[in-house]
Design a protein around this ligand. Structure first.
Ligand SMILES: C[S@@+](CC[C@H](N)C(=O)[O-])C[C@H]1O[C@@H](n2cnc3c(N)ncnc32)[C@H](O)[C@@H]1O
Length: 391
């Protein structure tokens, strides 16, 4: 069994140092935008989704937190138990403790933060689950660079925003820190592949996607000929309902970004069709087909995924290197970690940034009003988005 199922860089001990070198602008925008949006005459309850082990940037700004919460609570939720444990120790060392704050472990309970005062709540939980807070009980939610790991699918982003909308009070705000890049190409690509399979005679394609399968999350959905689709976002623990059983051929995406198609009516014809449409890196197994989800030799993938990903990481590299001293021993580690992220992103795994335009569309669909958008630089690698629940 894999002992560390969290593949993102935040699970490594070097993350906070690299975050300070690359995210300072995103973090200062976050404090400024959130500080401006909060009503300091009231008690404010702030939920941070995916705080990381050092709860940046909040841990460096004790007075900002104390003054803006105005007697309210800081609530930290992260799917990585180790990170939650480290965050608790780190905050303690930064003087976030008695008499200013007390600590409570939520341990899966649903809480109403309005009933508490000056408390830091810690919860190890996946944001894809229903948020464990009473409706309307939070003043603000921060999701900085966390939901781009949670799902490869637009529909799940919208689901997460719906739930954030539920737990926010009217007038409450959601801050998002995101990459200024589109890494949702892999979802588009899966649907395109399915269209070819159906053109080759399949009535339906049943998709299982294990790329973000941490905590038992397995993405399943089914497309049929008229493109009516059934979507499930189920945990492996829950069997599909009787009425929703699989049919058609199977397309499975694994956590390395490889696709295996089985159960085809006519494997030879389907393989020929894919080949005719430029799929070069393809292996026909006799009764199935194996291919990479993202194929750099296909122009469509090059334009939709490879190019934007390379540009994005070039721009992070520039920001990071300009902030690390030439003799900083972290420099080499930074380049190594960045290379790992880049190569994951190029295969359509681990990093699933939604472009800011898609994030904003989903926010509007979930009844948020966009209040402010800021890029960390013109065409900079990161973007801050602030949205408000107005009704
Ligand atoms: C890149 S770090 C960002 C940390 C911090 N917000 C910052 O701005 O420096 C991403 C954080 O999100 C958490 N995370 C990723 N996917 C998550 C999920 N599905 N549910 C809850 N937390 C998640 C990770 O464990 C990690 O702490």
């Amino acid at each position: 069994m894999n002992e560390n199922p969290y593949h993102d860089i935040a699970a490594t001990s070097i993350y906070p140092k690299l975050a300070r070198a690359t995210l300072y602008k995103l973090h200062s925008n976050l404090l400024e935008m959130l500080g401006k949006a909060l009503d300091r005459s009231k008690q404010n309850n702030l939920l941070v989704v995916g705080p990381g082990a050092e709860v940046l940037p909040f841990s460096e700004e004790l007075s900002w937190v104390y003054e803006n919460l105005n007697g309210g609570n800081l609530i930290l939720l992260d799917y990585n138990k180790e990170i939650i444990k480290k965050a608790q120790d780190y905050l303690y060392g930064k003087e976030f403790h008695s008499p200013l704050f007390k600590y409570v472990r939520q341990d899966g309970r649903v809480i109403d933060p309005r009933q508490a005062k000056r408390t830091i709540f810690f919860e190890a939980r996946d944001v894809r689950e229903r948020l464990p807070y009473k409706d309307g009980s939070l003043s603000a939610v921060d999701m900085t660079l966390s939901i781009h790991h949670a799902t490869t699918y637009r529909q799940d982003i919208k689901k997460i925003f719906d739930d954030v909308h539920r737990v926010l009070s009217t007038g409450g705000v959601l801050h998002l820190g995101e990459g200024n890049v589109d890494m949702k190409h892999s979802e588009v690509k899966i649907r395109k592949l399915c269209r070819y399979l159906m053109a080759g005679g399949e009535d339906a394609v049943h998709i299982t996607d294990r790329r973000a399968a941490v905590n038992g999350y397995l993405r399943e959905f089914q497309l049929n000929k008229v493109f009516l689709e059934k979507e499930w976002n189920v945990s492996c623990k829950d069997p599909l309902p009787e009425s929703d059983q699989r049919y058609g051929c199977m397309l499975a995406v694994d956590d390395k970004g490889m696709v295996e198609i089985t159960g085809l009516k006519n494997p030879t014809k389907s393989a020929e069709l894919l080949q005719l449409n430029g799929y070069k890196q393809m292996f026909a197994t006799g009764n199935g087909i194996i291919l990479p989800l993202i194929d750099c030799s296909i122009q469509y993938d090059f334009e939709g995924m490879i190019k934007p990903v390379l540009e994005y990481y070039d721009s992070i590299q520039k920001v990071g290197l300009s902030n690390l001293e030439p003799d900083d021993i972290v420099r080499a580690e930074f380049l190594k970690k960045l290379e790992k992220e880049r190569s994951d992103a190029l295969r359509g795994i681990v990093e699933y940034y939604s472009p800011p335009s898609m994030v904003k569309e989903c926010l509007k669909e979930s009844n948020f009003e966009i209040e402010e958008t800021r890029c960390t630089a013109p065409h900079g690698p990161f973007v801050n988005i602030l949205a408000r629940k107005t009704a």
